[in-house]
Design a protein around this ligand. Structure first.
Ligand code: SF4
Length: 547
């Protein structure tokens, strides 16, 4: 007889697919990218320029911190009411003549979009820069079905013509300098004159000429969306070049792919985000082109309007209370521009559509930390916190990184998470690994450090460290997994005596001094008096070689 399960049926999270990882995990990919000095110089120059602009325009706003708090609060509200808001959005888009489609994952979204394009009879589409369509690898799917997609954003066009991958959320070709871009244009745009210079104005003009014909002759456009307003059904795209405005107004059919987390409750909420986004992304006070449309306007713009609402792992992220604020992201890229790891490794090393600090917390959650390729991403950080400081919606990225590291360790060993839930469904869990040298080392350290008596015993081994260090007072080789440390730097010789031992011998003196000073009054406590700050025979007052 089969067993009957009692209670509510468990809902397994459905994770995302698409361009959310490559076959090469971050450590190997980053090591290879570190050798690309040209790429690193390009990224350093570009990110430092943008971060300087951002800092200047943010400083101008006296209520910047209040705006950040408001943005964060609106996103909290969205996550708490996401199902209702999405249904409200669908009802309003439909009432105004648009059609809403729901896509569980990348495959479903690609199938829906390809079917919509095929229904128009067109074999060409023009595209506005969109992270969601990158995430689902839409261009590849369209190409496989005989449909040519042309990117109209300048940086996306450079990436597409160069058969490359984007490496930054906002500036996808940030890893290319203008001389490299000139070479791509000459090679891939046959109408371009050999006399093309590497001046930005000339490069932009060459791209404009190349795209003009496409804008005028293509009847289907595909866009992403920065925001969708639940109370009105309005979609919003913010961009800097005007190519988006052309795509949104000239074609007959407009298909918009929007992640379900991009909903905001009211039109008024846009006021907050339209101040936060341009300052955080391009360092501008106001966005050059902000386009909004609500369903179909008879006789004006596209008459066949579709919205594809994309989940692709977002519901799984939402189900984790500690990690879900990654869905608050408004894709400004400020965290990338301040990240020391991104600056050195570049965007390609992250293997996902989402690079940098936001990628390190979003990609592993979308695919599930059980994905071997993305499990190393939460470690791609020094936890310096610069990303948290600049995030316009106050996502605590370092905290989520630590949470995901914890999840990763638990998942590797098939353990449960803090709240008692299994770290991952059994069918997706990585094969539990045998404890590594590092695991054993950490368990040993935990055992010793959790007991004062064991710690005191371990400290008796300090003289051995001094013997190993020898006359140089430095340990330059260690065996096994701890040898990774001495591969890069020496360990100073340990002191003759541990602090605990020293304290045990001097605690009585301190009591005497406190008693004497107590008679003199609280204003004369020892650390307020120069010369009394440290006992003369404290370990750090010993000769240099003992440190
Ligand atoms: S995490 Fe914050 S700083 Fe980074 S891209 Fe998203 S909104 Fe911008």
């Amino acid at each position: 007889m089969s067993r009957t399960a009692l209670g509510m049926p468990a809902v397994r999270p459905v994770h995302g697919h698409g361009r959310l990882h490559t076959a090469v995990p971050f450590p190997e990919a980053a090591e290879a990218e570190l050798g690309n000095t040209q790429m690193r110089a390009n990224i350093r120059h570009a990110t430092h320029t943008i971060r300087g602009k951002r800092a200047r325009v943010v400083e101008e706003l006296p209520d910047w911190e209040e705006l950040r708090s408001a943005g964060s609060a609106i996103k909290e509200q969205v996550m708490a009411h996401l199902p209702e808001l999405l249904e409200q959005f669908e009802a309003n888009v439909t009432a105004r003549g648009g059609t809403v489609h729901w896509a569980r994952d990348a495959e479903e979204a690609n199938r829906i979009i390809t079917g919509l394009v095929q229904a128009t009879g067109s074999t060409d589409v023009i595209k506005i820069k969109s992270m969601a369509t990158q995430e689902i690898a839409l261009d590849d799917h369209l190409e496989a079905h005989g449909i040519t997609a042309t990117e109209t954003d300048l940086a996306e066009l450079i990436v597409q013509l160069g058969h490359d991958r984007p490496s930054h959320i906002l500036v996808p070709a940030i890893h290319k300098n203008r001389h490299e871009i000139r070479d791509i244009f000459l090679e891939q745009m046959p109408e371009t004159d050999e006399s093309l210079t590497a001046e930005p104005r000339d490069l932009a003009e060459a791209a404009r000429k190349h795209l003009r014909e496409k804008f005028l002759s293509t009847s289907v456009a595909i866009s992403g969306a920065n925001f969708g307003v639940a109370e009105t059904g309005t979609l919003t795209v913010v961009e800097s070049e005007g190519n988006g405005r052309m795509c949104l107004t000239l074609p007959e059919t407009l298909i918009t792919v929007m992640g379900i987390e991009k909903i905001v409750p009211t039109f008024e909420d846009l006021e907050v985000f339209l101040q936060l986004l341009p300052r955080s992304s391009t360092g501008e006070r106001m966005n050059p082109y902000t386009s909004m449309w609500t369903g179909v306007t008879p006789g004006d713009g596209p008459q066949d309007v579709h919205v594809v609402l994309l989940d692709n792992g977002r519901s799984a992220v939402l189900s984790d209370p500690k990690g879900r604020s990654a869905l608050h992201c408004i894709r400004c890229s400020a965290c990338l521009n301040v990240c020391p790891v991104y600056e050195q490794a570049g965007g390609h090393a992250y293997g996902s559509t989402y690079p940098g600090p936001i990628g390190a917390i979003l990609s592993p959650q979308l695919t599930g930390i059980t994905s071997e390729q993305n499990a190393s991403l939460p470690y791609a950080s020094s936890l310096c916190g610069a990303c948290y400081d600049v995030c316009p919606v106050k996502i605590n990225i370092p905290e989520i990184l630590v949470h995901l590291r914890d999840e990763d360790v638990r998942t590797q060993h098939g353990e449960r998470s803090d709240d008692g839930a299994a770290a991952a469904p059994a069918r997706t869990r990585r094969t539990p690994k045998a404890p590594s040298q590092m695991d054993l080392l950490m368990k040993g350290a935990s055992f010793v450090m959790s007991s004062g008596r064991r710690m005191a015993l371990a400290e008796k081994g300090l003289p051995l460290g001094r013997v190993v260090a020898g006359k140089d007072r430095a340990i330059s080789w260690l065996p096994g997994v701890v040898g990774g440390w001495t591969d890069e730097r020496d360990i100073p010789a340990p002191p003759r005596e541990s602090f605990r031992n020293w304290w045990a011998g001097h605690a009585g003196e301190t009591d005497q001094r406190l008693a004497a000073d107590g008679a003199a009054g609280p204003a004369d406590v020892p650390h307020d008096r120069p010369g009394d700050a440290q006992p003369v025979d404290a370990p750090h007052d010993r000769p240099e070689e003992d440190r």
